[in-house]
Design a protein around this ligand. Sequence first.
Ligand code: SAM
Length: 314
Amino acid sequence: MSAVPPYRPQQRSTPPECSSAPSAPTAPAEPPSLARDALVAQLRDAGCVFAEDEAALLLAAARDSAELSAMAGRRAAGLPLEHVLGWAEFCGLRIAVEPGVFVPRRRSELLVRQAASVTRPGALVVDLCCGSGALGAALAASVASRTQEDGEPGARLPGGRIELHAADLDGAAVRCARRNVAEAGGRVHEGDLFDALPAGLRARVAVLLANVPYVPTSSLGLLPAEARVHEPRRALDGGDDGLGVLRRVTAEAPRWLAPGGCLLTETSEAQADAAAAVMENDGLAVRIDRCEESGATVLTGTRPAAGARPAPEA
Ligand SMILES: C[S@@+](CC[C@H](N)C(=O)[O-])C[C@H]1O[C@@H](n2cnc3c(N)ncnc32)[C@H](O)[C@@H]1O
């Protein structure tokens, strides 16, 4: 993971289910010989909506015309741009993404912002279902930069770091996440949900990020081909109502969260109330935040602090 070099802000609109293309750099270095116009035309013919921006990114990434031609061919064949480039832009970071690994969506930046608002330097953070590890890496970077700006004391860890653990079932995702959380000193575990985590984290987790798969099985066929064909089904499929994996996470979360700790998850707008009911049923106090621009919905479920009494009934 590395910081993205200066880029111009995104002005374009992106279909909501699609991951957005990373921003184009302002000055691609020495374009290889394949003419830019021909590249744009090739991408446009293949149905790429942001053909000009994508061409600029491919031109900047390719080391020679043979590599450019191969990259353009993979993109024209439908591979997500991020898989062709090998990285995705997320929260201002360049996140490594290998083929077969879920591409972090720009809408998930709301989840990171909400998490940052409840994360203290030194906090124990777990990124469950971490995929590329984008959420944990971005949260770590956000807390570190805030600490530097505010002079907030960095608790037990140097430089305002958080103590970061991430986990995923998928070996390719785990490999990718290891690259992306290395700078934050994070550790990545492989396995099924909480089974992957060291037992010593129980009842100590201050912030639990869990962007679990949440597409209802019957809706998988409606996803754009980039997701449907090129991302693993288990990264997308949330079961009958899309909340199957979330139910498993919330059922166990109270045993892993410290008193006052938070579970943060993302759903579609249509699922938000049902997801909130699942979390409340497992003893968490839920708050829902939305971002109209990106269409993101984030639920934050807080484990009551020790000794907290339930609110009196109205
Ligand atoms: C929607 S993707 C989110 C990835 C990442 N958190 C992000 O926002 O970019 C869901 C991830 O959950 C993982 N996953 C699905 N079922 C899992 C399970 N039972 N245990 C651990 N990870 C699982 C998938 O491999 C995939 O990487």
